[in-house]
Design a protein around this ligand. Structure first.
Ligand SMILES: Cc1cc2nc3c(=O)[nH]c(=O)nc-3n(C[C@H](O)[C@H](O)[C@H](O)COP(=O)(O)O)c2cc1C
Length: 374
């Protein structure tokens, strides 16, 4: 039995290893002005990935990331080994100068990767390679045969960042216990209506206002805006009108008449602040996800916990909306009064709330063969 399963595992990966995958000379990492150049489908000379690898990588890529920058690359090695890398061209240097959020996103990627592999009876053994936050090689993944996990992969497809329609109802103790369990207790819930909740509401808006004044951060943001179909299909990443929660006439207007550069005007920056203030008033409170260190391995673990939390929330019909500017801006209001004074470091500030109908996923992602190489 063991030999047969081993054979099957070998077979599943044979396509990846034998097929190999080399980067064509036209593969270009950097566009003008340092923005990530799109890698067009077909530019990478690559044998098709086998089904198992496709399934694992597709689900891994559904992980959330700041600005939907999808900062991952995967190097396919021999003997069922993959190296998970940080893609330096997908960094967000002006809001995430030390790669904290990049590593949290890669943690979420690893969590999805493990879940998807487990459903195929493959245990993903993850060895952390990175020790400095700027390291390119982050983790090595080996796949070993294991029992197939009974997990509904649809949940990975359904999960999304939900920014609209959050109810003011506070999170019930049983739901909260479920959410907290996914993060091994590293969450602090601040219920709507409390003094601390009002403090957070004001503070996230203040932090957003600070960031809206920074040209470098705003220019970085607009480089990730994908306002029309052509841009969406060309890049398959970034922020769209749909992910911003625009609908109806507003969406039509923005996608037809506006360019990303228009978002740099004072008027649009103020609109962003106003929209954030309106969002911050909605929801059943806040969740702070914390950890104890900024070490690479700890940030990856925290990203994995965040993803588990987001998946559990999706199952419970609870929206999760990271509002990160308060962790990004120097001079933003302090969170010390909310932390328990136990040297916890806040890694995510999340607006949470029940929603009547979980919206359809935007699911804008690069296909696996855009981010793998060997
Ligand atoms: C580390 C991190 C920070 C994020 N910060 C914000 C944020 O400040 N504001 C926001 O609206 N979304 C934020 N997001 C959510 C991303 O924008 C979102 O994951 C991405 O656009 C992909 O969309 P999806 O989560 O719906 O799949 C963050 C996500 C991560 C992983």
């Amino acid at each position: 039995m063991k030999t047969r399963r081993k054979f099957l595992t070998e077979l599943l990966f044979a396509g990846v290893i034998l097929g190999g995958c080399s980067l064509g000379s036209s593969y270009s990492f950097l566009g003008r002005n340092g923005s990530p150049a799109p890698v067009q489908q077909g530019q990478i000379e690559c044998q098709p990935l086998d089904m198992a690898s496709q399934t694992i990588l597709h689900h891994a890529s559904l992980a959330p990331s700041g600005h939907n920058c999808q900062p991952w690359r995967v190097r396919l090695c021999q003997h069922h080994k993959w190296i998970i890398e940080a893609d330096p061209t997908r960094r967000l240097p002006y809001v995430d100068s030390n790669n904290r959020e990049l590593l949290l996103s890669l943690g979420a990627f690893l969590e999805n990767l493990s879940i998807a592999a487990a459903t195929l009876g493959l245990h993903a053994e993850i060895e952390i390679l990175g020790s400095d936050s700027m390291d390119r090689e982050i983790a090595r993944v080996f796949f070993e045969e294991g029992p197939a996990a009974d997990y509904n992969l649809q949940l990975l497809e359904r999960r999304r960042t939900v920014r609209k329609g959050l109810s003011p109802r506070v999170i019930s103790p049983s739901d909260l216990a479920r959410l907290t369990a996914t993060t091994e207790g590293q969450t602090i819930y601040v219920a709507r209506g409390s003094k601390q909740s009002t403090y957070l509401e004001d503070s996230v808006v203040e932090a957003f206002r600070l960031q809206a004044r920074r040209d470098d951060a705003q220019e970085e943001f607009v480089r990730w805006l994908r306002l029309n179909k052509n841009e969406i299909m060309r890049h398959r990443d970034g922020i769209t009108t749909q992910s911003m929660g625009l609908g109806g006439i507003a969406e039509w207007y923005v996608s037809t008449f506006m360019s990303p550069a228009d978002f740099l005007s004072d008027k649009m920056r103020q609109k962003g602040v106003d929209a954030t203030a309106a969002q911050a008033r909605e929801g059943g409170g806040w969740l702070l996800l914390t950890n104890r260190s900024q070490a690479v391995a700890d940030l990856l673990t925290c990203g994995r916990r965040f993803q588990r939390l987001a998946l559990a929330a999706c199952e419970l019909g609870i929206a999760i909306h990271p509002m990160s500017q308060i962790l990004e801006e120097e001079g933003a209001p302090s969170l010390d009064g909310i932390l328990r004074g136990d040297s916890s470091i806040p890694q995510f500030v999340l607006r949470v709330g029940y929603i009547d109908r979980y919206p359809t996923s935007v699911r804008l992602r690069r296909p696996a063969d855009w981010f793998v190489y060997s």
